[in-house]
Design a protein around this ligand. Structure first.
Ligand SMILES: Cc1cc2nc3c(=O)[nH]c(=O)nc-3n(C[C@H](O)[C@H](O)[C@H](O)COP(=O)(O)OP(=O)(O)OC[C@H]3O[C@@H](n4cnc5c(N)ncnc54)[C@H](O)[C@@H]3O)c2cc1C
Length: 400
């Protein structure tokens, strides 16, 4: 029986997960408001990888034209050795299943698509300068408290307030992260600054080395062609889990000393580099308590080695909205949502962490073993086993 008694939902956090949840709820006729701590909505300059499992949700919301207009579908997906540049092709447009085509874009573009959509469905739905400090469940209502002394009351509350979630802390206590002895660099390079050979085909390339790896792919911002750069390097001296921290080109070049000239050229031309200490957390045994639940990084932050953080937040958003649409009792709906999502996100978070040992491997440091190792890890069979089960999932259809 469809739910005829639709709840009014409060969402803490207007990141990609919170906005995808708002869009998914409003599209189903479920009213909500989104409370964001920031004074303005802006995203750090970095690329992201929307894989087909996340894209399916966006397409289900009717946003395929906007997503396709903002993304470049890579012609080729390749792995290369860090020093010699020897290359293996994992995906080639035209000869591989389209599901494997990475849709590459800027975080700001995905964010903007979702902001436009939620404002179209409910003008003024995003409330800025609203830092959530806690919540209370009183009878059948949830009260959200803000740092400015105001409150909001709804039937359900979703904590989509990211890695350092206040909602998670209030519901389940501290969940300290463990540093992985690695940091991530992120930046954008105007394509015109790079040599012509970087521009010949839209290739998403991962360079793999003994203690670091780099992923580069093209993206487009309005009429400007960009190369997005992300580099993960083992380093134990930077432990700040925030990606608003800036770093210098010199420091980043130093982290990739001895790497192929193509990689160094990209780093040297990067604008505004950000660095981020990479942490992992034990999976939470549950996300929902009464009429409050979590989604996205708030409940399953992960290292970015499978490129699934944003995609998992978008899948969560779809499934939580479907559960709230289906079940009359909000607490039951939130438990069904948790049941539908917990195993998958736990497995993907663990798989992402394991990839550090695959991407960074001592065999890659020895010219005698490097190529054999790369072939053993990135042959078509291995790549399919690693990714197919992630991409095959359809959040718009899974049983809830
Ligand atoms: C270096 C790096 C690279 C990545 N690359 C990729 C990639 O290529 N593909 C991919 O799928 N994922 C990637 N990810 C992961 C991805 O960025 C996150 O998983 C995703 O952004 C999570 O979305 P979210 O909405 O849960 O959280 P966030 O995007 O962190 O959004 C949380 C929002 O809540 C707000 N907020 C926080 N606290 C409060 C509060 N107390 N009250 C109100 N508002 C609050 C914040 O301001 C923010 O707007 C990457 C992550 C890292 C670290």
């Amino acid at each position: 029986m469809p739910n005829t008694n639709r709840p009014y939902v409060l969402i803490a956090g207007a990141g990609i997960g919170g906005l995808a949840a708002a869009a998914s709820l409003l599209a189903r006729g479920i009213d909500c408001d989104v409370y964001e701590q920031a004074a303005e909505l802006k995203e750090v300059g970095a690329g992201l990888w929307l894989s087909i499992n996340g894209a399916r949700v966006m397409f289900g919301l009717g946003l395929e034209p906007q997503v396709r207009a903002a993304t470049l579908e890579a012609e080729e997906r390749a792995v290369r050795l860090w020093d010699t540049g020897q290359k293996w092709t994992l995906y080639k447009r035209g000869s591989s299943p389209r599901a494997h085509a990475p849709l590459v874009m800027l975080r700001a573009q995905l964010h903007a698509i979702l902001i436009d959509e939620v404002n179209r469905l409910k003008p003024g739905v995003i409330r800025l300068n609203k830092r959530c400090t806690g919540f209370a469940q009183e009878g059948e209502k949830v009260r959200l408290d803000f740092a400015d002394g105001t409150t909001a009351t709804g039937d359900v509350m979703i904590g989509a307030d990211g890695l350092h979630s206040k909602v998670r802390e209030k519901a389940f206590g501290e969940t300290p992260g463990r540093f992985t002895n690695a940091l991530a660099w992120r930046g954008l390079v105007p394509m015109e600054r790079l040599g012509g050979h970087h521009r010949t085909a839209a290739t998403a390339t991962t360079w793999v080395g003994p203690t670091a790896h780099v992923t580069v792919y093209p993206a487009r911002w309005q009429t400007t062609d960009l190369m997005t750069f992300s580099g993960q390097v083992e380093r134990s001296d930077w432990r700040l889990e925030s990606w608003s921290e800036k770093g210098s080109v010199a420091e980043c070049v130093n982290d990739f000393k001895g790497w192929h000239p193509d990689v160094v050229e990209i780093i040297e031309n990067t604008e505004s580099l950000h660095k981020w200490g990479l942490f992992v957390r034990d999976p939470l045994p549950r996300w929902s308590v009464g009429r409050v639940s979590l989604l996205g990084d708030a409940c399953h932050s992960m290292v970015p080695y499978l490129g699934q953080g944003v995609n998992m937040a978008i899948e969560d958003a779809c499934v939580i909205a479907r559960c709230l649409e289906k079940y009359n009792d909000p607490a039951e709906a939130l438990l069904k949502y948790q049941d539908a999502r917990l195993d998958r996100t736990t497995r993907i978070a663990a798989g992402s962490a394991d990839m550090q040992r695959t991407f960074h491997h001592p065999a890659l440091g020895d010219p005698k073993t490097a190529a054999g190792y790369a072939e053993s890890q990135w042959n078509p069979g291995k790549a399919r086993a690693r990714y197919d089960w992630i991409y095959d999932y359809d959040a718009t259809q899974v049983p809830v």
